[in-house]
Design a protein around this ligand. Sequence first.
Ligand code: ZN
Length: 473
Amino acid sequence: MDMNPVFHQRVDLNALLDEYPASDAFEHGVFRWPADRLRALQERRFRHIVEIGWANPFYRHRWSEAGLQQGDIGGLDDLDKLPLFTSDDIKDDQQAHPPFGEIHNLSRADLAGDAYKVQASGGTTGKPRFTVFGPRDWALQGISSARVLHIQGGRPGDVMQIPATCSLANLGWAYYNACHNFLGILPLTTGSGVVTPTRKQLEIAFDLSTNLWMSFPEYLTHLAKTCREELGRDIRELNTKFLSTFLGPDTDGLLRAALEESWGCKAYDQYGTNEVGGGAFECQAQSGLHLMEDMAIFEFVDVETGVPVRDGGTGNMVVTILARELPPVIRYNLRDLGRLVSSAPCACGGTFRRMDHFLGRSDDMVKIRGVNIYPMGCLSAVKSDKRTTGEWLCIAERHERGGALRDELTVQVEVLSGVGRPDDLRAHLEGRLQSDLGIKVVVELVDEGALAAAANLGREGKAKRLIDRRSQK
Ligand SMILES: [Zn+2]
C-alpha cells in the first residue's frame, strides 16, 4: 500500500478549521449563534454521523438488535430511539475483537493506511481501553481544547505549564496539541511530579515566566505550598493569568475560592474525556460550563432507567459526537453525573447551553442502606471548615450487628497539623455530611498527609475518594 505518511498532508487543516473554527473565529462565530441556527447545524452533522454508524459493525449490530432499520433515524428528534452503550461495552468489544474492537472497525494491518495515534484509558483496573485517532480526530482534539483556552483568555505569547505526562493518557497531549498547533501558546510539557519534581517545576516556571497552568486542584495546591515552603516565595509572584483546572463537584465554590486566593488569579473549570476532548468549559463569567454543542450533542439521562431527565435534573451524561468519525461515538453513556443549569445566552456572549460542575462518576456510586452515595459529594462539607486540609476518603464497610448485616460509611478527613481531634469539628462534619449525603456517616479525623497515598493526592491523575471493603465480588 502506497501512502503519504506526513501527518499535515493527511488532514486538510484549513478545511477542518472552516468547519470547526478554533480561537477568534469560534468565539465570534458559532459560539454565539442563536439556538435554531445551531440546531440546524447539529441536524446536518447528526445525519452524517448516523450514516457512519450504520456502516460500522459495532453500531449496526446494536441498532438492529434494538429493532431499528436504516431510515428509522431521520434526525435529532429520533435520537433517543438509539440504544445507549457504556465503556464496558467497548471493553467487551475490544476483548472479542482485539485490539481495537469493532467500534473502530480497524485492524492492526490497517494502521499502514494513515497517520494514527492511540490513547488509552481505564488502565488502573484490568485492561486499558484503546481509542484510536486518525489525523482529523487528532486535530479536532487540539481544536476543542484550543477553543477552551482561547475563551478563558489564553493568547499567543502566553506560556502554559502542563504538569501531566504525555503517556497513553490523553490530558497532557490535548493541552500540548491545543497550545502548540492552534494558539501560539508555548507549551511546557514538564510531565507529572514523578517526571519533574515539584520544586523543579516551580524553578522552570520562574525561569520561563509561566503564566498559565493546566492541572488538577490537588496538585495546584501542592505547588503553592511547595513554593512557599521550599523556595520561600509566594506563588502569586508568577502573576499567573489563569488556571485551567478540574474543580469537580465544587458546588459551594470553596475549592475555587481557595485556589484563586493562593494563586491570585481566576481558576476555570472544565470537563473532558478521551473521546470528546474539550467537552464543556467555563468562560470568564464562571457561571456554568458551556457544552461544546457544535461538536457534540449532550443528554442527561436517569442513572437507573436511561430515560432523559428534564432540564435541571441530575443524570448520567450521554454524548453523541458530531465531529469525530474514528471511532464514531453515538449515544455513549459516560456515567459521569451532570446537570443542565442554563439554556439562556451567557454574559460572555456565548449561546452554548451550560451545565453544572461535573458532579462525580455514577460508577463510583455506592449504595449504603438503600441510599445512592457519590463520594465526591463530600467535597463541600469537607471544605466548609478551615481546620481541614480539604482532603477526604470514604470507606464503605459491612458490619454484623445483632445477627444482621449493616453497611456503614466512614469518612476520613485530614486536619491541619496542630489542630488535634476537636469534638466540635467532628460533630460539625458529621452533621453537614448527613445533610448533604442523606445518611448518617461516621467521621474520623486523621493527620495532615495521612491520606496522600490511599487517595492518590499530589500525584498525576484523579484523586481516589472511595474504598469499598464490603464483600468484593
Ligand atoms: Zn459564558
